[in-house]
Design a protein around this ligand. Structure first.
Ligand code: FES
Length: 109
């Protein structure tokens, strides 16, 4: 049987948030420490200095993720050398290399 102080201590431990895990990604040659489990788009949006994630192929306007659920395609980025990736649908992984997509989409023939 636990005394009251031990019960209270255990109760407080149970309420404490778990330590937050992070991973490291590289965005435009800059190392970012970001929370594990979030999308690449969210990770980039979370850093104020990150700026845009892609440019519009028609007018070269700067774009950023909008819907964050795979509908708008405003989040296309190059992830680990693969272009045209919807970054809002990809969870961050340690060591991931992410670049802006500043060109029109290229379709393989
Ligand atoms: S933010 Fe809309 S598809 Fe990714």
């Amino acid at each position: 049987m636990q005394d009251r102080s031990t019960q209270k201590e255990n109760s407080l431990k149970a309420q404490a948030p778990a330590p937050r895990q992070t991973v490291h990604i590289t965005f435009e040659d800059r190392k970012l420490e970001v929370p594990a489990g979030i999308s690449v788009a969210a990770a980039v949006l979370g850093h104020a200095h990150a700026g845009h994630t892609c440019t519009n192929a028609v007018d070269a306007s700067k774009r950023a993720p909008y819907c964050l659920m795979g509908v708008c395609f405003e989040c296309l980025m190059e992830i680990n050398g693969v272009a045209n990736v919807q970054s809002c649908l990809v969870p961050v992984e340690d060591g991931m290399v992410v670049r802006r997509q500043d060109h029109a989409r290229v379709v393989d023939e």
